[in-house]
Design a protein around this ligand. Structure first.
Ligand code: SF4
Length: 92
């Protein structure tokens, strides 16, 4: 059996799988990241995402899921986890 595979459709490699948590006191969501989401997610969705957070292994701190979603390292969200490229980021 032959499988056709196009390299361009390969997802980028995942370096970290990061758990999404809902902390009692979510980290602040910088406005610029919310701006990035407008048009991509609805208001209710954004409100929910603001309550979620990830312990980012690259920035070495807990950030809002909104920030994570807008991050160039974000690959996908599956089952409460984020697949992260883990490349260096300009610290935010
Ligand atoms: S996608 Fe970005 S913010 Fe999210 S865990 Fe990876 S480096 Fe951190």
């Amino acid at each position: 059996m032959l499988e056709e595979k196009s390299m361009s459709e390969e997802p980028p490699p995942t370096k970290y799988v990061v758990e999404i948590v809902v902390p009692e006191k979510p980290p602040p969501t910088p406005k610029q990241f919310v701006q990035d989401l407008k048009g991509v997610a609805g208001g209710k969705q954004i409100a929910r995402m603001k309550k979620e957070a990830v312990a980012c292994p690259v920035l070495n701190k807990t950030v809002s899921f909104v920030q994570c979603f807008a991050c160039p390292n974000f690959i996908r969200r599956v089952k409460g986890r984020v697949d992260c490229r883990g490349l260096p980021l300009p610290s935010a």
